[in-house]
Design a protein around this ligand. Sequence first.
Ligand SMILES: [Zn+2]
Length: 224
Amino acid sequence: MSQSQTRTSFIIIPSMILALTILFCIKKNNATAASHQQKEVASAMEEPTFYPTVGDSKYDVIFAKEPSFISQKFDFPVGKPDGTNYFKAREFGQSKHLGEDWNGKGGGNTDLGDPVYSISNGYVSFAENVCCGWGNIVRIVHKFPNHPEYPFVESFYAHLDEIHVKEGDFIKRGQLLGTIGDADGKYSAHLHLEIRNFVDMGVGPGYSDDTFGFLVPTEFIEKY
Ligand SMILES: [Zn+2]
């Protein structure tokens, strides 16, 4: 190899290495950007399947974080799962009643302190003492997957003696939420149960001509 050839090689070979290195870096950066972009597109596409029915309501977001608390089926809240040893002292619609009054078969206050269970998986949206005849109330929102009419229902348990849950808790079907009470001595002990297909309405009057947003509890539970 002549001296001039050697000098040329000294210039050409490092230049080629540099060029190849630059080319490699550009390709790598492009690939990283592309995969980042792909991930963004994929997560944007995943979102609608994550919120299948009503988009991004408060309760969709809550249940998306805890999908194991989405409802599968519904049971009765006393004598679980089917109301054994209890009867309805007052039906839905009787004297404009917006719920059902569940009593122990022994009558009177024999059911005072009996366990009350969540009718399904859900999220405790309210657990407080309310004035004017209601006593302790627990309200639970249930996500109801793929129902054509209502994506959520609410169960409403009133006159409780004790409350064993607090607002913000997730709850499983059949889990203890409180005990049957007498609303601080206002009635003989019983559970007032409402099921609503509009969640977070006002506490309500318990009796009304207007049944908008209220379902017949026994019919609903037996259906699901
Ligand atoms: Zn009642």
